[in-house]
Design a binder for this molecule. Structure first.
Ligand code: GDP
Ligand code: ZN
Length: 299
């Protein structure tokens, strides 16, 4: 028996593949960890764990290190709600949208950005298929002026791939975006085989709850991992109060303290700094629209 530490790189049906740096050990949770009624996944991909390697080469997960961050969604179960961990300890989330084909749904992007802000996960926008439009900045430039990093790519022509590669390097990356925007193509262009593997898992997960769910980290040459996290659309803002939402819009954050009323909803109040900024063209009407929508709990 040997005690060591490692990173969970794959999880399936109660089994965890732990990369110790030397080996990958297939582990199960130690009985002690499973005691009590769990509020959520005890272990997940991205978790750092202490394990014991048994004489037969299998292992047990003895303890899970505290998570810095996590991407989770609620899974309603009889008798309560359960937190499904899609990825533990993400360093950043990359939201991939296409400039065209499909038409970028920026209100969906705004929702993803709000979830990332809430979870404290740095977000990077990848604007793919730049080869299909004249001026990609006309679509995504507003996010740069708000302060987000936008990487302009084309998996077809190779534009921006080096920038994307260095953004991913040595980090635990969550990759998300609507289907058809080119996520698999981008990953394949960066490293042949990577996108194909991710795509297989995405389609297995779409088939629903009767399919065994495998979650996996894909290693990037030179260091770092990519995890496909297809759940963002359903990652509701479950534990979010309407009053918090303005804090998750970087361009509103600094304004709200100047509103006349401390409980300002920024929709009709006199002396509202957000409405003034909107009138003066200092914030984007589209982003304001997303704010109102998310605050009212709609989609
Ligand atoms: P995913 O569902 O996000 O993984 O998207 P895919 O990688 O499967 O790509 C969807 C379609 O878009 C495929 O037909 C790709 O060939 C095409 N595609 C991907 N990236 C680009 C790009 O940068 N430019 C163009 N013109 N087509 C692309
Ligand atoms: Zn206000």
């Amino acid at each position: 028996m040997t005690n060591t530490q490692g990173l969970i790189v794959k999880a399936q049906s109660g089994f965890f593949w732990v990369n110790t740096g030397e080996d990958i050990i297939v582990c199960q949770l130690r009985g002690k960890l499973k005691q009590g009624r769990a509020q959520g996944d005890i272990a997940a991909i991205g978790d750092k764990v202490d394990i014991t390697i048994l004489d037969d080469g299998s292992g047990t997960v003895d303890s899970v290190h505290e998570r810095n961050q996590l991407i989770a969604r609620l899974d309603p179960r009889p008798g309560g709600v359960y937190q499904q961990v899609l990825l533990a300890n993400p360093d950043q989330a990359l939201f991939v949208f296409a400039c065209a084909n499909p038409t970028p749904r920026l209100r969906m992007l705004d929702r993803f950005l709000v979830i990332a802000e809430k979870q404290n996960i740095p977000a990077v926008i990848v604007a793919n298929k730049t080869d299909t439009v004249e001026n990609p900045q006309a679509i995504f430039g507003m996010y740069e002026s708000i302060g987000y990093r936008v990487i302009y790519t084309s998996a077809k022509t190779g534009t921006g791939l080096d920038t994307l590669r260095s953004q991913l390097q040595n980090k635990l990356n969550a990759f998300a975006g609507p289907s058809g925007v080119g996520k698999s193509s981008l990953l394949n262009a960066l490293q042949p085989g990577l996108g194909l593997a991710v795509n297989e898992i995405s389609s297995a997960m779409k088939k629903g709850r009767h399919t065994t769910v495998t979650r996996q980290l894909f290693a990037i040459d030179g260091g770092g991992y990519v995890a496909d996290t297809p759940g963002w659309k359903s990652l509701g803002l479950w534990d979010t109060e309407p009053e918090e939402i303005d804090a998750y819009f970087p361009e509103l954050r600094g304004l709200v303290e100047n509103c006349q009323f401390s409980d300002c909803t920024h929709q009709h109040e006199p002396g509202c700094a957000v409405l003034t900024a909107l009138k003066e063209g200092k914030i984007f009407p589209e982003r304001y629209e997303s704010f109102v929508r998310l605050r009212s709990g709609k989609e």
